[in-house]
Design a binder for this molecule. Structure first.
Ligand SMILES: [Zn+2]
Ligand SMILES: [Zn+2]
Length: 141
């Protein structure tokens, strides 16, 4: 297995779907069989999103905020026993874990996530002005 994973929120059953990515693969929801799109070549996946053909992506750490908070909380709880030393130590642990978490790319338009891919350096963190542009696609009303 390549370790590349594409995930998205199924538009049909609203579930969070994760499937291993491959060339020329149909992206089908395993729960309701809804076809979300089809990949071309994985090496060219960021030319356009296989789900919505959007050409803009941003990159993000796949790191749940609450894990970081939990680590810091333990550090704070231990302060009386470690004369405050636990704080910098746990902040360091927090940072080390964060650094090891690989980035993922996220499609601006449909929010599909691309895990384990080589992310082009041109991809920036989420930019609000661009996000606003695509809001209407992600929250249909
Ligand atoms: Zn589904
Ligand atoms: Zn997309």
């Amino acid at each position: 297995m390549s370790g590349k994973i594409i995930s998205w929120d199924c538009t049909e059953c609203k579930r969070y779907v994760q499937i291993p990515a491959a060339d020329q693969q149909e992206l089908i929801c395993p729960h309701c069989r809804k076809l979300a799109g089809k990949t071309k070549l994985l090496s060219e996946i960021f030319q356009s999103c296989p789900l919505c053909q959007c050409r803009q992506f941003y990159q993000e750490k796949n790191f749940p905020q609450r894990v970081g908070c939990l680590i810091m909380l333990v550090g704070i709880v231990l302060v009386p026993f470690t004369y405050g030393l636990s704080l910098p130590v746990f902040a360091l642990i927090d940072w080390l874990i964060f650094r090891r978490i690989p980035n993922m790319a996220v499609c601006y338009r449909c929010g599909a996530e691309f895990h384990g891919f080589e992310i082009p350096v041109t991809f920036k963190s989420f930019l609000h002005p661009i996000g606003m542009k695509y809001d209407k696609y992600r929250n249909p009303s």
